[in-house]
Design a protein around this ligand. Structure first.
Ligand SMILES: Nc1ncnc2c1ncn2[C@@H]1O[C@H](COP(=O)(O)OP(=O)(O)OP(=O)(O)O)[C@@H](O)[C@H]1O
Ligand SMILES: [Mg+2]
Length: 245
């Protein structure tokens, strides 16, 4: 088991001053991601998917409940785990600095860990299907699909055991989406990382996930093997989501 969430609740306090109220972005969420496995996380906007991804990466501390990585609770281990977990987000400009050459952005996670870059940037760009020469370009000189490949190269450079993809293909054209989804599957076969693949697009999730978890209003309402889920969903809400597909 690479990642385990046990009864995780995240409560935000929202609303104007004097009229603050508690909002449960996650409520008693228990989930796990096995070694080499991809867990798809689906649900409508605001259901708590991104919050779950952030908690899984240790970027947000749960209000209650525990998160374990490789069998040990997070606690104060977040720093120690830097580089072991990475994220690929919807908009590459959230992870790629527009004023930085692509090569430097890809190398950055290594630099943060205090490691020297010894040809890994070139190697990673080629792994994600880009020419190594692209390292000298700026993000705005690339297509959306190329930029997302760069984000993936950047995530992979520290050889993480676990990657969160949060709406990683949602902003791309359908044909490019398929290319990136195929790339993710190929890379997973080569590198063996485990993944949490978050998307509101049930078609995309089916393509990459081994299992699916469905969130609604901060709660996980169903978890099932991908095939079982798409052929015979158990929960009414899942059926509703699939009908909309
Ligand atoms: N920092 C925050 N402060 C207050 N409320 C927040 C914060 N982050 C998220 N929320 C709220 O928590 C709930 C879950 O948000 P979250 O971003 O996890 O949903 P999501 O499933 O990723 O949605 P989307 O599909 O739109 O990305 C929402 O109601 C959101 O408004
Ligand atoms: Mg989100």
């Amino acid at each position: 088991m690479i990642l385990e969430l046990d009864q995780v609740t995240v409560t935000f306090s929202t609303g104007p001053p004097l009229r603050r109220r508690a909002l449960h972005a996650m409520r008693d969420v228990s989930l796990h991601v096995g070694e080499g496995e991809t867990l798809g996380l689906v649900g409508e906007s605001g259901s708590g998917k991104t919050t779950t991804g952030r908690v899984a990466l240790g970027l947000r501390r749960p209000t209650s409940g525990t998160v374990s990585f490789e069998g040990r609770p997070f606690g104060r281990r977040r720093r120690e785990l830097a580089g072991r977990m990475q994220a690929v987000l919807q908009h590459p400009h959230w992870s790629l600095n527009p004023r930085m050459r692509v090569g430097r952005s890809v190398a950055e996670p290594l630099v943060v860990l205090g490691r020297a870059e010894r040809g890994e940037v070139r190697e990673m760009l080629e792994q994600v299907g880009l020419e190594a020469e692209l390292a000298d370009r700026y993000p705005h000189e690339l297509s959306g699909g190329q930029r997302q490949r760069v984000s993936i190269a950047r995530a992979l450079i520290t050889r993480p055991g676990f990657i969160v993809f949060d709406e990683a293909v949602s902003a791309l054209d359908v044909s490019v989406q398929v290319q990136i989804l195929n790339l993710i599957k190929d890379l997973q076969a080569d590198f063996g990382f485990s993944a949490l693949f978050i998307s509101h697009d049930l078609g995309a999730v089916r393509y990459v996930a081994d299992r699916i978890a469905v969130m609604r209003g901060g709660e996980v309402v169903e978890t099932a093997d991908t095939e079982t889920f798409y052929t015979s969903p158990a929960h009414d809400y899942s059926k509703q989501l699939l009908r909309a597909l």
